[in-house]
Design a protein around this ligand. Structure first.
Ligand code: FE2
Ligand code: FE2
Length: 387
């Protein structure tokens, strides 16, 4: 087999293995190592390899690769909007790994408008729709935010499916949770700077889905700003995504009740952190941090909140972060019993309660992200209103 075909097979194999083993599993690492080695070998022969994927054909540079005729992965990549793949310079193993994750997110959830190119300039790898090549001489032009057409429909749908799975089976599908988070990470990094794509709610019964996606995005944005590694950022993202999963046990009438809750309804509502922690712990050992965060996300710095703690203790960093993001998003959203607060008012509220309810350092960090990057936070178009 020719060197480009060997590389593409190793590349496809790595993507397949990554789907099976999302964490730092040895099989995943060795598949990525192999693909990276093949890329290095290929780059020795041809310094800037480029590929085009059509339904029936794979083209290397300008030459069709006969041995990959009707290659299923070519079809898959092309259908996910990755018709073109260019390596512009030598990439590091880490950059290659990150690139594979982005491709995987795009393959799994076609969250990205396929008419638009994806440019991972820092990586020296570009991929996207055909026509990307014609743009090659303007690689530094950032994509205008206004033209971004992120809806996160697929993520919302996957999360709804996940919530449904938890409801019917009682366990959390880890792979899908991680896939949603990877896809959110891609959406955050579509531009030359980080954009936190937040959703706005119209249908109250969709609240938990929208809110969970927003808390995941905010927690990831915060973790990134605090200098966490990409793997940590994703772990925090999964924790944000699942923090309210216990709410699947709360009847919709209680969740969307416009007035004050009765004592019994309040008791049911306040049960969700414990329920979530239980559900998550029973699902996956790997989700331990998410279980802790679900349990702790309503516990205040001074020990108030719920579940009741007998003495004030420091919750884990991820819980303290999710707590801030959770309250920020909840107050920024219109609820059956109150209108959404403007961002300034929400940030002042966080400030006022810093040191009592919230970790003051995290409130400062959150404020900095929001105030410095307020323009980068976009409320995205409404997602579908079906339930
Ligand atoms: Fe909650
Ligand atoms: Fe929440």
């Amino acid at each position: 087999m020719s060197e480009p075909a060997v590389f593409l097979n190793a590349f496809a194999h790595a993507l397949a293995v990554m789907t099976l083993y999302p964490g730092a599993h040895p099989s995943r690492e060795s598949a990525v190592d192999d693909a990276y080695q093949e890329l290095t070998d290929l780059a020795r022969i041809s310094p800037r390899p480029s590929f085009t994927f059509f339904d029936e054909e794979v083209v290397y540079g300008r030459e069709p690769l006969r041995e990959l005729k009707a290659w299923p992965w070519g079809r898959r990549l092309s259908a996910a909007g990755i018709q073109r793949l260019e390596f512009e310079r030598d990439v590091s193993r880490d950059e290659f790994d990150q690139f594979l994750q982005e491709v995987l997110a795009r393959l799994t959830l076609s969250s990205i408008d396929t008419s638009e190119q994806r440019q991972t300039q820092s990586l020296g790898i570009r991929f996207g729709a055909v026509g990307l090549h014609g743009q090659a001489d303007v690689p530094d032009t950032p994509l205008a935010i206004a033209t971004l057409n992120v809806t996160l429909d697929d993520e919302a749908e996957t999360l709804r499916w996940l919530q449904h799975e938890v409801q019917s089976r009682g366990t959390v599908p880890l792979l899908e949770a991680e896939t949603v988070v990877r896809s959110l990470a891609v959406a955050m990094h579509r531009d030359s700077h980080v954009v936190l794509p937040l959703l706005q709610l119209k249908e109250f019964d969709q609240y938990t889905t929208m809110h969970s996606l927003n808390v995941a995005v905010l927690a990831m944005g915060m973790a990134e700003a605090l200098g966490c590694s990409p793997a940590e950022v994703r772990t925090f993202g999964v924790a944000g995504l699942l923090h309210d999963i216990g709410k699947i046990r709360i009847p919709l009438e209680v969740l969307t009740k416009p007035g004050k809750l009765s004592d019994e309804e309040r008791r049911i509502m306040n049960q969700h952190p414990v329920d979530a922690a239980r559900i998550i712990m029973e699902s996956e050992e790997e989700l331990e941090l998410a279980a802790v965060v679900a349990y702790e996300h309503h516990i205040m710095l001074d020990g108030g909140g719920y579940p009741a703690v007998h003495y004030a203790r420091e919750c884990t960093l991820a819980s303290r972060m999710v707590h801030v993001c959770d309250v920020f998003d909840a107050l920024s959203t219109t609820r059956p019993y109150r209108e959404a607060w403007p961002q300034g008012k929400v940030l002042s509220y966080l400030d006022e309660r810093a040191g009592k309810e919230f970790d003051p350092e995290l409130v400062t960090a959150f404020n900095q992200i929001m105030r410095a990057g307020a323009a980068q936070v976009r409320v995205l178009s409404e997602e579908r209103t079906t339930t």
